[in-house]
Design a protein around this ligand. Structure first.
Ligand SMILES: NC(=O)c1ccc[n+]([C@@H]2O[C@H](COP(=O)([O-])OP(=O)(O)OC[C@H]3O[C@@H](n4cnc5c(N)ncnc54)[C@H](OP(=O)(O)O)[C@@H]3O)[C@@H](O)[C@H]2O)c1
Length: 335
């Protein structure tokens, strides 16, 4: 008997930087995905990108793609500060969106995006790819199985050395620069996956700032009801291990680098038994897992993902609002 034929989804991409290339490469792994349109502020960049991925339409403005390309779903891959406006424009035109992290520049924007998606009945999801990586799915399965007993703490880092360039989005306050929104979001995400949402009962953040006032290094401790603690560290000033630990009463999990898209982790029980190694290799960059989930949701007629609900992204955004305020980072004029 012939298997059920999957619907083909016509994808568009807005913003053609580094992550857009990885995503476009990974889309090629999905038989039901076609990249049919790309848009950049620079039409020449769009043409070169389209040529590279065999994509039929290249636009020199995001608006043109939204209005004319006839896509089924858009991947928003612009710098952080463009996520809100591009997502809102797509939603107003009834186009489903997979929006890169951070979902928005602040909780207010996130709430407006979620509200518009609900009002218009259009699918919207934050591209929290970590959640769809097989190794992370397996970690969360272990945690939910209760094998570790009560989880009392988690610890994660994400740092890389970036040489200062004033006009790089990573350092530019007008483009949402800084460690937290770029990489610190991952340790915050781990805390939320293990202990929340809702918001932690206590958020304690300290950071150092660059000459431009964005956070260069950021450390946090979250307290949760029920005696849970989450500790995180992020920086754009040093290469750190990018590991994570989940500590429970009966045992612990060490997620090996780079923990936010893991292929291996170790389960060590406190009963003296040998550590158990788990391995979940995958091919590609790892962005096809989230893209496949988006298409499954669309195929099923869902308006939001039950794995990354809109409320989850809103809580994540509100948590980072508090953290940025505690570090004295303000993105005036960035939104
Ligand atoms: N999930 C992940 O693993 C992951 C990894 C890396 C980045 N990201 C996220 O993806 C987004 C893009 O990151 P990236 O590393 O691809 O950044 P990037 O290489 O700097 O590209 C960002 C793109 O945003 C667009 N843009 C629009 N207005 C801009 C402006 N005024 N200045 C600079 N760029 C502007 C540009 O697109 P056009 O000029 O082509 O329109 C640019 O190519 C970020 O929000 C980041 O957090 C996610």
């Amino acid at each position: 008997m012939e298997g059920t034929k999957k619907r083909i989804f016509r994808w568009g991409i807005l913003g053609l930087g580094k992550i857009a290339h990885k995503f476009a490469t990974d889309l090629q792994r999905l038989p039901n995905a076609r990249l049919v349109a790309v848009a950049s502020t620079d039409v020449q960049r769009a043409r070169v990108f389209a040529e590279q991925y065999g994509c039929e339409q290249a636009f020199g403005s995001y608006e043109e793609l939204i209005q004319r390309a006839g896509v089924d779903v858009v991947y928003v891959a612009t710098a952080h500060t463009g996520h809100y406006s591009s997502t809102m424009d797509c939603l107003r035109s009834g186009i489903p969106v997979l929006c890169e992290k951070p979902f928005a520049m602040n909780g207010q924007q996130a709430a407006e995006m979620a509200q518009l998606a609900r009002e218009r009945g259009v699918f919207l999801m934050e591209a929290l790819w970590t959640l769809f990586i097989p190794g992370m799915e397996a970690v969360l399965e272990q945690v939910r199985s209760g094998v570790l007993g009560r989880i009392h703490s988690v610890k994660a880092d994400f740092g890389f050395y970036a040489a200062y360039k004033a006009d790089w989005r990573l350092f530019d306050p007008k483009l949402g620069g800084g460690a937290l929104l770029d990489v610190g979001i991952y340790p915050v995400l781990l805390a939320m996956l293990i202990f929340g949402p809702p918001l932690p009962s206590g958020i304690h953040t300290v950071g150092t700032r660059t000459r431009d006032g964005v956070d260069e290094t950021c450390s946090f401790i979250f307290q949760y009801e029920g005696n849970g603690l989450a500790m995180g560290h992020a920086t754009v000033a040093a290469d750190t291990p990018v590991e994570a630990w989940i500590y429970g009463e009966k045992g612990q999990i060490h997620i090996q680098p780079r923990w936010h898209h893991p292929t291996t982790f170790t389960l060590q029980m406190h009963d003296g038994s040998d550590p158990e190694e788990f391995s979940f290799p995958y091919e590609g960059w790892g962005y096809h897992f989230e893209a496949a989930h988006v298409m499954d949701c669309l195929e099923a007629g869902k308006k939001e993902s039950d794995r990354v609900p809109l409320e989850f992204s809103c809580t994540l955004s509100r948590t980072m609002d508090v953290m940025l305020a505690q570090m004295g980072v303000k993105y005036e004029g960035a939104c």
